[in-house]
Design a protein around this ligand. Structure first.
Ligand SMILES: [Zn+2]
Length: 301
């Protein structure tokens, strides 16, 4: 193992911990100084800001009305985000929509709100965030919705909708109808093992249902921005994730019915044939199996 690999593994281990919690204080093990933001233009006035596998991808709409953001990464990323935005536009940040409450997508909210951004989320996301002991009041969304809402901004129709509980019970998917660009947050899309917010209303079946629903609203030409990795995926990646999700779900569900414990199921490596190409994210196969087992076992009871 080279020192570089060892450092990478340490970082991945730390990020794995950080990603399970919506509490931004768990991001303290990330070496933010070494993270650089990569900006990718995906359409006129639309950009993805990427900060490595542990930060939620930010989608930026920049135009004459100002800047609209999807998600805000961890708090220490804020100066880097501002540097990246300054290269795109000198307009003020007007709106910020959160895909869900996890810290890698929301911990930068407060700093954006201080700059005047109006924060928008699903109502369940705000409720959960407000109930967390360490949430600064300035980080909370000021506009919430229940089923869907549309923003008319920068010449776009920005359609924001709530899929049935999937990654959490407060998820939002953001669709730019004219540009045909969609940010799906942590609904399964890019090839990695997705986190499931099993203590935040998320579920395996919800993740599968939300990914299928994305494929009915989007089309073959839609540029789909995943919550992590990317910058852009398509139907193929979602389809591949659905195949993986369904297979792993069935295997673990059968094992639960056969009376196997979590330890036994993890040891049996039920994701092994899907691991190739899915190791670049923050969730290890064992962690993913644990999440799926946890959700299915409580449903079976
Ligand atoms: Zn998440």
């Amino acid at each position: 193992m080279t020192p570089h690999t060892r450092r990478r593994l340490t970082v991945i281990a730390a990020l794995t911990l950080a990603c399970f919690s919506s509490n931004s204080s768990n991001a303290q093990n990330i070496d933010f100084a070494t993270i650089q933001i990569q900006t990718v233009k995906i359409a006129d006035g639309l950009y993805v800001l990427m900060g490595g596998p542990a930060q939620g991808n930010i989608l930026v709409s920049a135009g004459s009305d100002g800047i609209f953001l999807v998600d805000s990464m961890y708090g220490p990323m804020h100066p880097k985000i501002m540097d990246a935005l300054a290269k795109i536009s000198s307009q003020p940040i007007r709106f910020l929509v959160n895909t869900h409450l996890h810290g890698d997508h929301t911990a930068g909210n407060e700093a954006m709100a201080k700059l005047g951004a109006v924060i928008i989320s699903h109502e369940n996301m705000r409720k959960r965030m407000a109930a967390q002991p360490n949430t600064p009041p300035g980080a909370l969304p000021v506009v919430t919705y229940t089923e869907s809402m549309t923003l008319h901004f920068n010449g776009e129709e920005i359609y924001i909708y709530h899929p049935a509980p999937a990654h959490t019970d407060g998820d939002s998917i953001i669709y730019f109808r004219h540009a045909n660009v969609m940010h799906v947050g942590d609904v399964p899309s890019s090839l990695r093992y997705p986190n499931i917010g099993v203590t935040e209303g998320g579920s395996v079946d919800g993740m599968i249902a939300a990914a299928r629903q994305v494929m009915t609203i989007a089309n073959q030409n839609t540029k789909i921005i995943p919550g992590h990795l990317g910058p852009v995926v398509g139907f193929t990646e979602i389809q591949q994730q659905l195949v993986m999700f369904n297979a792993v779900r069935d295997r673990i569900s059968n094992a639960i019915r056969a009376g196997q414990t979590l330890e036994q199921v993890v040891a049996a490596k039920p994701t092994a044939d899907f691991d190739k190409g899915r190791m670049g994210g923050a969730i290890t196969p064992d962690r993913f199996v644990t999440l799926v087992y946890t959700d299915l076992a409580r449903r079976a009871r």
